[in-house]
Design a protein around this ligand. Sequence first.
Ligand code: UN1
Length: 492
Amino acid sequence: MTTYRSFINGKWIESSSGKTIPNINPADTNDIIGEAQLCTREEAKSAIEAAYGAFKGWKRTPAPARGRILTRMARLMEDHKEELAQLLSHEEGKTIGEARGEVQRGTNVVEFCAGETRRLNGETIQSELPANFAYTIKEPHGVVGIITPWNFPIAIPVWKLAPALAAGNTVVFKPASNTPATAVRLVELFIEAGIPDGVLNLVIGSGSTVGDEIVSHPAVRAISFTGSTEIGLKMYADVAKRGIPFQAEMGGKNPVVVLEDCDLDLAVEHTAQGAFGSTGQRCTASSRAVVMEPIAEQFVEKIVARAKAFKLGPGLDPSSEIGPSVDEGQFNTVLKYMDIGKEDGATLLCGGKKAEGDGIENGYFVEPTVFDHVTPDMRIAREEIFGPVLSVLRVKSFEEAMQVANDTEYGLSSSIFSNDYNSITRFIDEIESGMTHVNSPTTGGEAHIPFGGIKATGVGPREQGSTALDFYTELKVVYVDYTGRKREGNLY
Ligand code: UN1
């Protein structure tokens, strides 16, 4: 059985905790892929110290030279695409097609950030004094803590690691403990790409020990987190006490607004992809369909047929279209929300229970679920479920659609289905979300385009794209006086 270890100061370590957690295939719980050793607080501390020790050398390495390592990393990810995708599908459960897409997206991000190392420019600024000028330099923070979730265990780590490293930070990376295999493989590839000892440290462990050490250690100068709102906001409060930069990408309750004039089949297909793809385990998932009453009956009829047509199965089986929930905890959470929906009075149209069938008996499979007549006050309309569950909310006017769509604490993504330019433009103006899509699913994004949300979804600068390095750099302002003379007059 494979053992997943942490990587500290250029070495794979044998943890002294004696604690391990099994890496279980969520499509078949009899299949134990390996086990991860959990780090102690002391080991996390030594990882932070190693990163601290490596910082000066990495900062001094010319940015394009750091970029060359990232370029090699992108090539290695490309060369190992199929292997990474299979590992990802095996331990996380998503379908092999989704996994390949994720690896490609991660590769694109690394490639993009490699290019950014040749553009780490500041600005030169004219002074109002003669023979004076000012300029700005983008500098790394120092040690950065990177804490990532299980649902995109390749793409999310690399879209934080690549800009952090490009900018010259050193890193302590804590992946989700239930997806250690992909984290270890990524770090192995970074080593092969030439990352120097101490620059990238991997610490596998629990939030209450390893996570807490990262958040509280004085050498950690910035923290980037993706995960649940509950944990993110708690971390934000803890990090605030230290006054260091914090970036978090948390929950979503993304609406799809379906107007009467839309192409209904397109709206149904894209809503289904957004709601049920990745088993609903993405913060950009389409979890609320806000549908105009006159087309609601047709919409639900078609989307129920579509939901029932998906083939559930192990992600590694190429014919599977939807994989399992990631683990027992997530599986139970999704089933609990199905009960909550029924108790709150929503109409269950399909799904609502564990999925049965040949080859999926031992996995955490749930049926794609559609609830109709959901009202904005119901918990299934307000809380992030992270499973293949769609709530349909019927509305009578565009104004009501916008009011319902925006009636959420979150603000990550959204989409509209319509062919009316004025309605679309009005929607773009009024929707409260960091990203919005026109006639396409709420999910996904491209490596060179900023990604992130507003309201309780996000804190700090956007990730990826032109803004990818914003969080990972500090601005130093330099004033240069070349008069060689004492200043006269009013100084300020
Ligand atoms: C995507 O929609 O393609 O945790 C990625 C999440 C997001 C990533 C979504 N941070 O689901």
